[in-house]
Structure formats: C-alpha cells, structure tokens
Design a protein around this ligand. Sequence first.
Ligand SMILES: Nc1ncnc2c1ncn2[C@@H]1O[C@H](COP(=O)(O)OP(=O)(O)OP(=O)(O)O)[C@@H](O)[C@H]1O
Length: 298
Amino acid sequence: MVIRTQGLSFSFGNQQVVKSLSLEVPAGSIYGFLGPNGAGKTTTIKMLLNLLQASEGSIQIFEKDLQTNRIEILKQIGSLIEQPAIYQHLTGKENLMNRAMLLQVSEERVNDMLNLVQLTSAAGKRAGQYSLGMKQRLGIALALLDDPKLLILDEPTNGLDPNGIIEIRELMMRIVKEGKTVFVSSHLLSEVEKMATHVGIINHGKMMFQGTITDLQNISQPHIYIETDNSVDAANLLKRNQIDIAEVEANHLLVPFLSTQQMGTINTLLVQNGITVYTINKQYKDLEKLFLDITKSN
Ligand SMILES: Nc1ncnc2c1ncn2[C@@H]1O[C@H](COP(=O)(O)OP(=O)(O)OP(=O)(O)O)[C@@H](O)[C@H]1O
C-alpha cells in the first residue's frame, strides 16, 4: 500500500471531524476520496501531508511511519490543496523554472511537464491570464516537477467548467500511466466514478465504504433515464423484451444501466415501435442515495 492509515482521528476543539479512518491506497491507483462538503476530506489530506497532527491513529506512507520518516516521505509526495501557489505576473514556464531552480531540476523536465499538462503552447503567457483550469494544470505541473511517487490533490476540479474537468481527468490518467499513484478528493460521485480505480467514501468524518470502483458499482448501479411520449407503453415494451424496469413515472422511466450498447438497443427498440424518445441518458446516483445503498448493503 502507498498509504495506509489506522484509526486516524482529528478534532477541532471538541468537534471530532475525522473518526478512526483506515485508508488503504494501493500503488498505481487513482484513489477517489469522496465525501460531501465538510465531511473531513481536507482535514485528512492535511494530516497525510503532516500539516496537521492527528489526535489519534497512525499514518504509513510508502510502508513507512510518517512521524518518524517525515522528510524522506514528504520529498516523494507532490500535492495541490486549495489554490495553487502561482506567481500571476510570471509566465507558466517562468513559474516552473523558478521552482525547478530551487529543486535543481532541469529545463528539460520543465518542458516535459508543460507537455504533460498540455500547457506548451501557453507556456509564454502570464499565469495571471490563465483560465482556472489552466492554473490548476500549472499547479499540478509544479507538484510533479520533482518526480514524486504520490500525488495528492484536494478537489482539483472544483469550480472548473466541463472542459476543464475533462482535461484534469485525462491528465490524472496520464500521470498514473507514468507509474505514479494519485489520491484525489471530490464531492461529486459522477466525477470520481469516471476516473478512479479505487474509492473511499466518508461522511461526517467516518469511512462509509472503501474498495475498487467495481465493488462500488456493484452496490450502486447507475440508471438509464428515459423520457418518452408514453411511459407506460414504453415500460411494457421493454419488459416484453426482457429489460428490467426500476421505476415508472408519468413523465419518465428508469432502467438499471448495464452498458452503453444496451442504451442504444433500448433507444432503437422504442423508436422502432412508434414511441417518441425525448431524452435518454445515463444517470448517476447522488451521494445521498449512495449512502442509503451502502447502509442497506451493510
Ligand atoms: N480550522 C478549523 N477550525 C475549526 N473547524 C474546522 C476548521 N477547518 C475545518 N473545520 C471543520 O471540520 C469539518 C471538516 O472540514 P474539512 O474541510 O476537512 O471537510 P471537507 O470534506 O474537506 O469539506 P470541503 O469540501 O467543504 O472542504 C467541517 O465541519 C469544518 O467546518
């Protein structure tokens, strides 16, 4: 395991915000650390980066105790929490060169990182003029300069537009292909499901679920949401074709999602039988519904 915590707890005054958390983050994973706002994600991340001292419990990173191997461990972690520390009046490349000099990293590495985060063509532009997504990617490039084995990102897609979100997601996948481990927090289930290999879900500081993305999908299947001119006829038609129906309402029906192919088959089937399809899409459960599923399955 790249990260393993046992009984990790933290209190602000008498408010316990992290409760006996046991994280297990395997090497080479994209670990999605999921929880609603205020669940304790940032506090946990700060403990992993030794910015806060745990009230109780232990943290092992790279199979070593964080408290007794602090410097050695932290040297191999790149992180981005809250806003990236960027000089707005310097260009993207100058920001990286500045840090590269401190770390004694070559210009070649700077160029490679610009390439990895797809900022090569904007390298000469002032960082102050970058979009939020570009700033986040520059922040990630800064975190990667020293070639860390583990990258910890706190809500890197917060506030980004859909395009920016996709760029960050694709970037994480490229980073993992380079043999690194990525620990990334989010409050959006749909976001985590698209990129993570492993998931830990917390609520009120407590671990609700931890496992692979497949384990999670087994508990919480997404649905296909279908709006047609006649829900009842549509549902009957699908049932006659051995397709399960999860819910029928006057204006829509829900079918458990199996695959994108199945979605296409359903669409064709409905249209060919004279039913007008207004909407058909994959719908993820929100965190609240997922918590209910998890509680039921426990
Ligand atoms: N410095 C602080 N002093 C007192 N309470 C704090 C402090 N920082 C955070 N908290 C409280 O601790 C709890 C957990 O906060 P934390 O920031 O870890 O949650 P989070 O899951 O990261 O949420 P968000 O996504 O909103 O940042 C919240 O109830 C928050 O109000």
